[in-house]
Design a protein around this ligand. Structure first.
Ligand SMILES: [Zn+2]
Length: 219
C-alpha cells in the first residue's frame, strides 16, 4: 500500500496532530500554522567525517523540543511524517535523489527498539523514501548497547561508539543517504559513514530532521 494511502486510512482512526503542540491538523499537514511560524529552518553548514554532505530540516531549540519528546516517547506517527516530509523538501531542493541509491536509517539496538516499539529514524526515513522515491534498507545493525552520547565528552563519544555497528549486506559501489532524527556533534553519523566507506560505499550523505546548534562553526 502506498505511503499516503496508508496515512489516509490511519487518519480515520487517529487524526493527525501537530507534532509540537498536539492540536488536530489536516491529514497531510505537517505542523499547525502557529508552530510552522515558530520553528526555525536549518541553514547552517556542518561537516561530518566520512560523509560528503550534510543536510538538516530544523534547528533544534526550545520551540521544537516538545516535538522531540513526542517523537521519542509517544504518539510519533505524525511527527515522523512532519519531520520526514520537511527533510525531504530540503533533499529535493539539493537534488539528493539523483545522488542516492539507498536510504539507511541510523539503527537502535534490538533491545532499545523493542522497548520503544519503533525506531524514529526509520519512520523518518520511510517518509523521505516516499518523497524521493528511493528504497529504505536497514543494512546496518547496532550490535551492542552504548551510553547516551550526550552524557559524554567528545573523545568519550568516539570510544563509546567503537565497533557498535555492523553492516549486514554488500554495499560496494552504493551511494547511501544516512538518516537520523537529531545530529548533535555528528559522532554517530560519522562512525557509520566511515564504516560504510570501509565496506566499499561509493558515497555517503547524511541528513537529520534536526541539528543541535552549539558552536559558532555550526552556523
Ligand atoms: Zn502546533
Amino acid at each position: 500500500m502506498n505511503y499516503y494511502t496508508k496515512r489516509k486510512i490511519l487518519n480515520l482512526f487517529f487524526p493527525s496532530r501537530c507534532p509540537v503542540c498536539d492540536e488536530i491538523i489536516n491529514v497531510n499537514d505537517r505542523f499547525c500554522p502557529d508552530c510552522t511560524e515558530k520553528i526555525t529552518s536549518y541553514t547552517g553548514s556542518f561537516r561530518i567525517s566520512g560523509a560528503s554532505e550534510f543536510f538538516s530540516a530544523f534547528e533544534y531549540n526550545k520551540k521544537i523540543m516538545p516535538a522531540v519528546f513526542l517523537l521519542k516517547k509517544g504518539n510519533c506517527g505524525n511527527s515522523a511524517h512532519a519531520f520526514g516530509a520537511c527533510l525531504a523538501d530540503v533533499l529535493k531542493n539539493n537534488n539528493i535523489s539523483e545522488k542516492t541509491d539507498i536510504i539507511v536509517p541510523v539503527p537502535m539496538s534490538d533491545e532499545s527498539r523493542q522497548r520503544r516499539g519503533y525506531n524514529q529514524s526509520e519512520l523518518i526515513a520511510e517518509t523521505v523514501s516516499a518523497e524521493i522515491n528511493k528504497p529504505v534498507k536497514c543494512i546496518v545493525r547496532k550490535i551492542r548497547e552504548t551510553k547516551e552520547q550526550k552524557s559524554l565528552r567528545r573523545a568519550g563519544r568516539k570510544l563509546n561508539l567503537r565497533d557498535a555497528f555492523q553492516v549486514t549486506e554488500n554495499i560496494t559501489g552504493k551511494r547511501i543517504l544516512l538518516i537520523d532524527d537529531i545530529c548533535t556533534t555528528g559522532s554517530t553519523l560519522s562512525e557509520i559513514a566511515v564504516l560504510f566507506r570501509k565496506n566499499g560505499a561509493e558515497d555517503v550523505i547524511c541528513a537529520t530532521a534536526m541539528k543541535v546548534m552549539k558552536k559558532k562553526t555550526d552556523t
